[in-house]
Write a protein that binds this ligand. Structure first.
Ligand code: ADP
Ligand code: MG
Length: 135
């Protein structure tokens, strides 16, 4: 199934993320793709808030690869931007998190598409205008 949503500000993207965060469950996998500045991290902040993570906890795991946030469930936030290859991802223990006690949100999933399970929710973010984004 495919669905499309358009947001017209960073706040609307955040709000869309909150809606997903209210529904997200342990074991869920959300893969995000879209260029630098598309709004992946803004969206993840919304999802984390919807999942009960305290505001301010969400930063950018670009260097850590994956960060855990504590909410109603654990939200793991990964960013694969700087990943060199799939082997490096194995070394991080990332695969142990898939389908486990928390939900996994992955920015730059297109770097390692095979890392997403078959039932993943895959979200592509396309900038339409300066402040307009299609999901
Ligand atoms: P990414 O993680 O995809 O690199 P960020 O979420 O860090 O992107 O940044 C998105 C940038 O785009 C921010 O500077 C934000 O203010 C801007 N922006 C403008 N319009 C939107 C929108 N509708 N949704 C999300 N971000 C937007
Ligand atoms: Mg980002």
């Amino acid at each position: 199934m495919r669905a499309s949503f358009t947001t017209r500000s960073p706040e609307e993207t955040h709000a869309l993320g909150v809606r997903l965060g209210l529904l997200i469950r342990a074991g869920d996998f959300v893969g995000l793709s879209g260029d630098l500045g598309a709004g992946k991290t803004h969206f993840v902040r919304g999802v984390a808030q919807g999942a009960g993570v305290g505001s301010g906890e969400v930063s950018s795991p670009t260097f850590a690869i994956v960060l855990p946030y504590c909410g109603r469930i654990t939200v793991y936030h990964a960013d694969l931007y700087r990943l060199r290859d799939a082997d490096e991802l194995y070394a991080t223990g990332f695969h142990d998190l898939v389908g486990e006690d928390g939900a996994l949100l992955v920015e730059w999933i297109d770097q390692v598409p095979d890392a997403a399970p078959k039932d993943a929710l895959m979200i592509r973010i396309e900038p339409l205008e300066e402040t307009e984004r299609q999901f």
